[in-house]
Design a protein around this ligand. Structure first.
Ligand SMILES: C[S@@+](CC[C@H](N)C(=O)[O-])C[C@H]1O[C@@H](n2cnc3c(N)ncnc32)[C@H](O)[C@@H]1O
Length: 271
């Protein structure tokens, strides 16, 4: 017999499935997202005191992904003010806390291996000092350099070798060429059943004039890169860092749950 919890979770799945077929509701949300971008709405928020450049719905997705994937390493490209690093670090700290409670032991924050590795081409002094003096800093390591620089990629791969469950967030330069290079470099590090999230795929759904002052835009953005990468994985055999063939599926359930997201078709689940 199904438990009450199972029944509730089936009800929610049905709810999300219905939303996914409701083009009117999804269409309204596209209009809302477009207005948010015009007004720089994603910049209005902080996580534990640090500015984060995400809409709140996507921060919810981050929390759910970290809880369900239980990574020991999160790799993030694009640090900016540090809010997304602090968010990931804080949810990893909650995982540490929950482990300690479940195992009936004292929490010792210094013994956990879980951490976030952030990469940014320009970590400004005021951001670095705020991140380094934050109580979550013990769970954060940063590399300054371009995420597609060979030396940076080898440093990240070297660090990743010591970890078992890896989750990836790509949120740096949003041009097609850059994101495709990031996918080639980092997506193979994603663990099976974990995700490589490509943020800001929604650029592809905006009117062309929205990105006139940016090097990315229609036809040249994270979504076009993600689609090309998925095609490449179909045509060629590419193995993950674990030696198993790399295959990702776009998780539409997360997207239809959020409805409002900056990253339609950007939640790539390694299967
Ligand atoms: C959208 S912001 C990141 C926002 C952050 N993830 C958050 O949610 O708060 C993009 C960042 O990417 C960085 N960036 C731009 N080009 C880069 C590159 N080639 N390699 C690494 N980082 C880069 C910028 O310096 C900027 O800080």
């Amino acid at each position: 017999m199904r438990s009450e919890n199972e029944k509730y979770s089936e009800y929610v799945s049905g709810n999300i499935e219905k939303i996914g077929k409701d083009s009117g509701f999804l269409g309204l949300s596209n209009v809302w997202i477009r207005e948010c971008i015009k007004k720089n709405y994603a910049q209005n928020f902080t996580w534990l005191g640090r500015p984060i450049i995400q809409i709140p719905q996507d921060t919810y997705a981050i929390q759910e992904l970290i809880w369900s994937c239980r990574p020991d390493l999160i790799i993030e490209t694009g640090i900016a003010h540090g809010g997304s690093l602090i968010l990931s670090a804080s949810i990893l700290a909650i995982l540490d806390y929950c482990d300690a409670v479940e195992q009936g032991r004292e929490l010792n924050p210094n013994t956990s291996r879980r951490k976030v590795l952030g990469i940014d081409i320009d970590i400004r002094a005021h951001n670095r000092s705020a991140i380094e003096s934050h109580p979550m800093s013990h769970k954060i390591e940063m590399i300054e350099g371009s995420s597609i620089d060979d030396d940076v990629i080898s440093q990240v791969k070297h660090i990743a070798q010591g970890y078992e469950r890896i989750l990836i967030f790509l949120d740096s330069n949003h041009t097609h060429e850059h994101v495709l290079a990031e996918l080639k470099a980092y997506a193979p590090l994603t663990s099976i059943n974990s995700y490589c999230v490509v943020w800001d795929t929604g650029v592809e759904d905006l009117p062309e004039y929205f990105c006139e002052d940016r090097p990315w835009g229609l036809g040249n953005n994270p979504k076009t890169a993600a689609i090309e990468y998925l095609k490449l994985l179909e045509l060629e055999t590419v193995n993950g860092a674990d030696g198993k063939r790399l295959k990702f599926e776009i998780d539409k359930i997360i997207e239809h749950k959020l409805v409002l997201t900056a990253s339609p078709d950007g939640f790539l689940k390694r299967v």
